[in-house]
Design a binder for this molecule. Structure first.
Ligand SMILES: [Zn+2]
Length: 532
């Protein structure tokens, strides 16, 4: 044993010398990172659905890795913080969707033409007039209101996804978030919503969107759907079948998509058909946990503040088979982010990092159910709420090719933008702002739970230039693998580039942890309001 120990010391010294001469060994670090992905995205973990046995195994693995990395428990019970959910799943066989036009009833085919989104507040049955309401949201401070002058009382609002091109991305994203939209609809008196996805911004083929309806949906126990906005009807309409709903109104889906894609004003009009729905929803309860570990800050005062690094441990579990595979492994989404979380903690331990502020490593559950684990943590933090100075969230950063560009969501919103620019510049990586703001990514992962509590945040994707093979690889990944069984360990990934990303995130966290001032929202940031 003793001799073995000396050999290890010797090797690590040599390793240190080599590192100084040649830089970090990205290949080796990449393999370490990939090994966590392989464990977490193995078929044995069955897609890590919130509350499942597979999730429990994943949680046990992360707990052990946090301990090995020398992190102190920072949950409510050791590393763990329990989160309680209500689950709901549509029983489609006992549900129905029909259009009633001029006394005639026409059935809508589930999956092929539309589907019902299960919720805990859906009515057993409903029949109502429907109104097309453009993009279906309102932004009070810009005096933009798709509902202005419309009578939505007791009606179902039908809308197309997206928003005016001139509207700033973050504003558009915020008001289109599920909660805000539902709140606005309920305030306008609507009893239901029907979404028509614009095919131009669809990330996955309709078949995968439709297959997602069989996955159970979850809600934080004690909260209603959409933060208190009870809607009796919630539908998604296939774009190619939208004319079935619009028939007789004098408008077509083609006309609406063309106007949206040319950024022309969208019409609003009543549908000629009433929508009749029967909802049969199975409900049950689920418990799952967030995991939190801390590297204590060395400074007496600043050590009481926390830089949060987060990623989500859950994925969507087992679902409709695609090419005979029913396990949705979630290798990139988001075993990759959890692997980075572990590796960042581990390299901080190995380098003996002594940041002034504490660094909180957070693995959350329920992200795929609507950012629920992170929302619960942000609402019920295991550290003082005001002590969280930043959230750096890693969700599906997509290391599919070399790291030359890093796309940063939230880049212009807070001083964290300057921090990531400085760190990337030193690493020879170019920072890019969000290139696809219509995809709403800044509000689509766990950073948003912190943003809503006033905490400045960033999120990341590997960047690319338009017209390059990298752009194609990035977009193909969404089409072929995003939320599909093909997001598994048998996909080409640049693990060495992932290790470089981890090093950048580590340096970013340390820089923020050591800064004299805590990060600040920019004076003109839309999200600054949540900090006041
Ligand atoms: Zn994700």
């Amino acid at each position: 044993m003793r001799r073995c120990g000396r050999i290890i010391v010797c090797f690590s010294l040599l390793g240190g010398v080599a590192a100084m001469a040649a830089g970090p060994d990205w290949e080796t670090l990449g393999k370490r990172w990939w090994a966590h992905v392989q464990y977490l995205a193995d078929d044995k973990l069955e897609g890590r659905n919130t509350g499942s046995e597979g999730y429990e195994k994943a949680a046990a693995y992360v707990t052990e890795q946090f301990r090995n990395a020398g992190l102190q428990p920072a949950g409510a019970n050791g590393y763990a913080q329990s989160v309680e959910f209500n689950a709901a799943q549509l029983d489609e066989q006992h549900s129905s969707l029909e259009l009633v036009r001029e006394g005639k009833t026409e059935a809508v085919k589930f999956g092929d033409e539309a589907f019902i989104t299960a919720g805990q507040d859906l009515a057993d049955s409903a029949e109502a007039d429907a109104v097309f309401v453009g993009y279906g949201f309102s932004v009070p401070e810009l005096k933009y209101d798709d509902f202005a002058g419309l009578d939505l009382k007791g009606k179902i609002a039908v809308y197309v996804t997206g928003g005016p091109a001139t509207m700033p991305g973050p504003v558009k994203a915020h008001y289109q978030s599920g909660d805000e939209r539902r709140k606005a609809l309920a305030k306008a008196g609507a009893i239901g919503m029907a979404t028509i996805p614009n095919p131009k911004t669809a990330e996955v083929p309709w078949s995968r969107t439709a297959a997602s309806r069989f996955m159970p949906r979850m809600f934080l126990r004690g909260e209603e759907d959409g933060g208190g906005a009870k809607l009796k009807v919630a539908l998604v309409i296939r774009p190619e079948a939208a004319d079935k709903f619009l028939g007789g109104s004098g408008h077509t889906a083609k006309e609406i998509f063309e106007a949206a894609n040319a950024d022309k004003a969208l019409p609003d009009f009543p549908l000629a058909a009433k929508i009749r729905v029967k909802n049969s929803v199975k409900k049950w309860q689920v418990t799952s946990e967030n995991l939190a570990g801390v590297l204590r800050g060395s400074d007496g005062t600043l050590g009481k503040e926390y830089v949060v690094i987060s990623a989500h441990l859950d994925h969507i579990g087992v679902g409709e088979p695609v090419n005979g595979d029913k396990i949705y492994n979630g290798a990139m989404d988001d075993a990759s982010g959890i692997a980075s979380l572990i590796e960042i903690a581990r390299t901080m331990k190995e380098s003996g990092a002594k940041p002034k502020r504490s660094i909180l490593f957070l693995a959350v559950t329920g992200e795929e159910k609507g950012l629920l684990g992170s929302r619960y943590f942000a609402e019920h933090p295991t550290v003082d709420a005001k002590s969280m100075v930043a959230d750096l969230n890693m969700d599906m950063f997509l290391p599919l090719f070399a790291l030359k560009y890093l796309e940063v969501q939230g880049l212009g919103e807070s001083t964290l933008g300057e921090d990531i620019r400085a760190v990337c510049e030193a690493a020879g990586v170019q920072v890019q702002a969000d290139k696809q703001p219509d995809h709403n990514r800044f509000i689509r992962s766990d950073q948003y739970s912190f943003i809503r509590k006033g905490v400045p945040a960033l999120a990341f994707k590997f960047g690319w230039l338009p017209g390059t093979p990298e752009e194609k690889a990035f977009n193909d990944w969404y089409k072929e693998r995003y939320h599909g069984p093909a997001d598994d360990v048998n996909q080409p990934v640049d693990a060495a580039a992932a290790a470089q990303f981890n090093a950048i995130l580590e340096k970013l966290a340390l820089r923020v942890a050591d800064a004299a001032q805590r990060p600040q929202w920019k004076a003109d940031s839309f999200f600054r309001r949540f900090a006041q």
